[in-house]
Ligand binder design. Structure first.
Ligand code: GAR
Length: 191
């Protein structure tokens, strides 16, 4: 695929990075018309940081405590993204609420994936809470990001029927679904 037709995207993550990995590999294989120009992480010891090195993806890793305010580190993130011409920000397990600096700089250009059928179960431990509730149809959602927690207009969803009570098995099923959903959504959004 010609380099000119590839959109520059950034992936933000805080932990394991399986969604980041799938997106970066799809970009490198030409399965999505994108180049992952930057991986942003707020946890210096997270697995996703070494994964970025392995995949030769540039990274910006920060610790919130090194900045006087959230606005300060978000300004730095915006400048890191702008320097690389990032057009779209994909949150993939980035466990921080995005605030004004980022939202204003990238209006309508930030998307997030969440492991539930939003608006059900926003926030932390959605799978555990859903299982506790007795849910039989789980899922994943990709949505535009606004100032609310896991809020914003829904772009795509995938449902998964599961009646068991094994949280690890369910997590694996959700991850599998998320990976397909993210690639599929990026193919549509970047077309
Ligand atoms: C994913 O399941 C993602 O949906 C979730 O974090 C996980 C990250 O996994 N995000 C949220 O809960 C956002 N509220 P990964 O690091 O293996 O991609």
């Amino acid at each position: 695929m010609a380099t000119q037709s590839r959109h520059k995207i950034a992936v933000f993550a805080s932990g394991y990075g399986s969604n980041f990995e799938v997106i970066a590999r799809a970009a490198q294989a030409g399965d999505i018309p994108a180049e992952v120009a930057l991986m942003v992480c707020d946890k210096p010891t997270a697995r996703v940081c070494s994964l970025a090195d392995e995949l030769s993806v540039e990274k910006f890793v920060f610790s919130a405590k090194d900045y006087a305010s959230k606005a300060d580190y978000e300004r730095e993130i915006v400048s890191q993204c702008r320097e690389r011409g990032v057009e779209l920000i994909c949150l993939a397990g980035y466990m921080r609420l995005v605030d004004e600096e980022l939202l204003n700089a990238y209006k309508g250009q930030i998307i997030n994936i969440h492991p539930s059928l939003l608006p059900a179960f926003p926030g932390v431990n959605p799978l555990e809470r859903a299982m506790e509730y007795g849910v039989k149809v789980y899922g994943a959602t990709i949505h535009y990001v606004d100032e609310t927690l896991d809020g914003g207009k829904i772009i795509a969803q995938r449902a998964i029927e599961y009646e068991g009570n094994d949280i690890e098995e369910l997590t694996e099923l959700i991850h599998e679904a998320e990976h397909k959903l993210y690639i599929n959504t990026l193919q549509k959004l970047l077309k």
